[in-house]
Design a binder for this molecule. Sequence first.
Ligand code: PBG
Length: 332
Amino acid sequence: MTSFSGSFPATRLRRNRRTPWLRDLVRENTLTVADLIWPIFVIDGKDKTEAISSMPGVQRYSIDLAVKAAKEAASLGIPMIALFPNTDPKLRTEDGAEALNPENIVCRAVRAIKKEVPEIGIMCDVALDPYTSHGHDGLMANGRILNDESVAVLAKQAVVQAQAGCDVIAPSDMMDGRIGAIRSALDAATLQDVAIMAYSAKYASGFYGPFREAVGSGGLLVGDKRTYQMDGGNTDEALREVAMDIAEGADMVMVKPGMPYLDIVSRVKREFSVPTFAYQVSGEYAMLMAAIERGWLDSNKVVTESLLAFKRAGADGVLTYFALDVAKNLSA
Ligand code: PBG
């Protein structure tokens, strides 16, 4: 596509910026509530919330309160929530077996929310890190993360979550071949209508720190995730990851983190024209909130600006911890 501009003085680009109605009229990209996916952290217990020190304003909810939160999100028009468990440390094991327990926190939360708030979509992460004693997303042996053995477990985890009622399975583990294996496993379990949003281009990032506090895996993590998450220097590799995930059956793809990787969002959307999402991750949230709390940045301006950037880059939607606040502002 080419854009055409005349020259000054016949053309004055400020003319279209003169008034609010004119700016509204010519705006190319907008942020709406339908663009938002809200991640929610879930814990055991009843009528209980817990603060997360590195994510001011974000809380972990017991399932009954997660249901309430989901209800509020649905009433504001948020299309989907993403559930993440903080598992009791006693249930975290070398093999992450709790991930396959149909009575684990996530599965119970999915069933409770589906029952009370059927109108909202539910997405669940597929990865073992909330369940392993070493904090890794896959199985570990001799200090290495096993690929094919992990994929076999992750496919089972996906089926367990889908059977609980999850609408969108989101593999965040970055093992090779997991999308195909998960698609086959879902289909074999007659769960053909359950969608997959692949964390396709997920980088090994320092911006996940606060999330790891939220799910309680940070202190446990042995080493780092660089042998499976992507290297921050790479772009072409992201396109190969996305191409493979689409070929293996992904319905939607995701780039993560968001703001530091907007070039990847843009390139993925342009090259593949598939539903593309970005995750404004915990560290991005923490960074903005730290400055907002000090009065250095104005939240009314920077939060929507940070999200509009994803739309401009081509994202069809954004996972963001600001979702509820933004939805309230958009409907105000
Ligand atoms: C787990 C997972 C992570 C995030 C989503 N799923 C962290 C990680 O890979 O260590 C990050 C989300 C965030 O930082 O907000 N596989």
